[in-house]
Design a protein around this ligand. Structure first.
Ligand SMILES: [Zn+2]
Length: 240
């Protein structure tokens, strides 16, 4: 159930921007409620239909929330890094995971039991921040619904890489064409074409699954408007 769990029991200091946006008084006892866990890439963190036992606040890990269809195909419907938490339904009082989530880029998360999360959701800045974050996540999901219909694979690929770059906080990460194709819900050949175009224009280099962002500004401006729109929505949500 807790696949990918490789170490525990470090104290939470900072690193999740959502938790770090809490006023100091509301942060003092956070470490008692958080277990720091190292997650390996591709490991599951929640399964659709299962009882939600915990909430994860990514520190430097990036988590994906995916919708799985009857034929087994999965498409990413949310990417969550240090600006948020998984899964956002917990803030709406849901006891069951509606979607499957897994670790997309390995790293650390702060894990809080659902009991402690719900206790903190009764009032105050914590509850306000979580609800504002859910609002931004909802905005993003709606934006991506439009994006998937209207924007090109090159724009979407640049958008996804820009978002992941912001969340990882590191210009280098590992990502296969196949994985990116699943995330974007497109054919692998189309992703290879888009990655080649981004490399040719000088935005990224790509070798054996390792992506290096060499011109962040160019990558960001090649992305569709959805990149900035969603980034802004989460930035506004961090204001208590
Ligand atoms: Zn878009």
């Amino acid at each position: 159930m807790l696949d990918g769990r490789t170490s525990t029991k470090a104290a939470y200091v900072s690193g999740n921007r959502l938790l770090d946006a809490l006023p100091l008084n509301d942060r003092v006892d956070l470490e008692a409620d958080l277990e720091i866990i190292a997650l390996a890439a591709h490991k599951s963190t929640q399964s659709a239909g299962s009882v939600m036992g915990h909430v994860d606040f990514p520190i430097d890990a990036v988590l994906s929330v995916v919708a799985t269809l009857e034929n087994g195909d999965s498409v990413e419907v949310g990417t969550v890094g240090s600006e948020g938490f998984v899964e956002s339904d917990a803030a709406l009082g849901s006891g069951l995971s509606q979607r499957t989530s897994f670790c997309q880029v390995g790293g650390m998360v702060g894990r809080m039991t659902i009991g402690r999360f719900e206790a903190r959701m009764t009032s105050g800045p914590f509850a306000r921040l979580m609800r504002r974050n859910v609002r931004a996540a909802l905005f993003s999901a709606q934006q991506f619904a439009a994006c998937n219909v209207k924007h090109s694979i090159l724009q979407r690929c640049a958008r996804w890489l820009s978002m992941t770059d912001d969340r990882v906080g590191n210009a280098d990460f590992t990502l296969t064409h196949e994985f990116l194709a699943i995330m974007l819900g497109v054919r692998r050949a189309s992703v290879s074409e888009a990655a080649d175009a981004l490399q040719t224009m000088g935005a990224i280099t790509y070798r054996r699954g390792a992506v290096t962002i060499v011109n962040r500004k160019l990558l960001n401006t090649t992305a569709c408007e959805c990149y900035e729109a969603c980034k802004d929505a989460f930035a506004v949500a961090l204001q208590v």
